[in-house]
Ligand binder design. Sequence first.
Ligand SMILES: [Zn+2]
Length: 231
Amino acid sequence: MGFYPDSIPAKSARATPAGRVRAATAALALAAAFPAGAAALPAFTGGVSPLPAAAKARMTPSVWRPGCPVPLERLRRVVITYRTFGGRARRGIVVVNADIARRTLGAFRRLYADGVPLRRVVPIEAYGGEDFRSIEADNTSAFNCRAATGSSRWSQHAYGRAIDVNPIENPYVSGGRTSHPASVPYLDRARVRPGMAVEGGPLVRAFDAAGLQWGGRWAGTKDYQHFSTGG
Ligand SMILES: [Zn+2]
């Protein structure tokens, strides 16, 4: 997405299709040789900063508008490096409340070190602030001024205190069902596949270490993609 300069592949990825294939092949070979880590990839880079004026403009009014429970000044742009499902390094952006920005950076640093793949990580204004479209794209995202699913209360996402990770692999499950056809195979949580959040797995451990609670532990309705400071 050229719209987001920081979502272009990180420096190590080659620009040409042939280079991309070579890089991917090398990454796969190294992944086979070092299955536990990200030995083939460059070091994690990232950081926390206030939202640039251009980002604030893009977010208004689809993602943020007057009346939302936190002002744009309370939000931070967390730039991260993540591993793709193809084993390459990419740069992503997560927008969260200032009070969880450092630990969010820490959690994504740990995901990268542990080789946990993410599909894409772009701010939700790329999908007009529509959660459904962002999920269909299997996009990892955080801040979005919206109500909780099936409720009139503000979601923790509206405070920038919740992060949804790989939402296709980690669906919101109510009554044993998901609204996203691509998530149906992932209703089976016992068969663990890449990018899934499971108890004891590296994805859940990274967010546990950051002090964010997992929606996969909720009684009844489960929100396997959701990590938050509560609710
Ligand atoms: Zn969520």
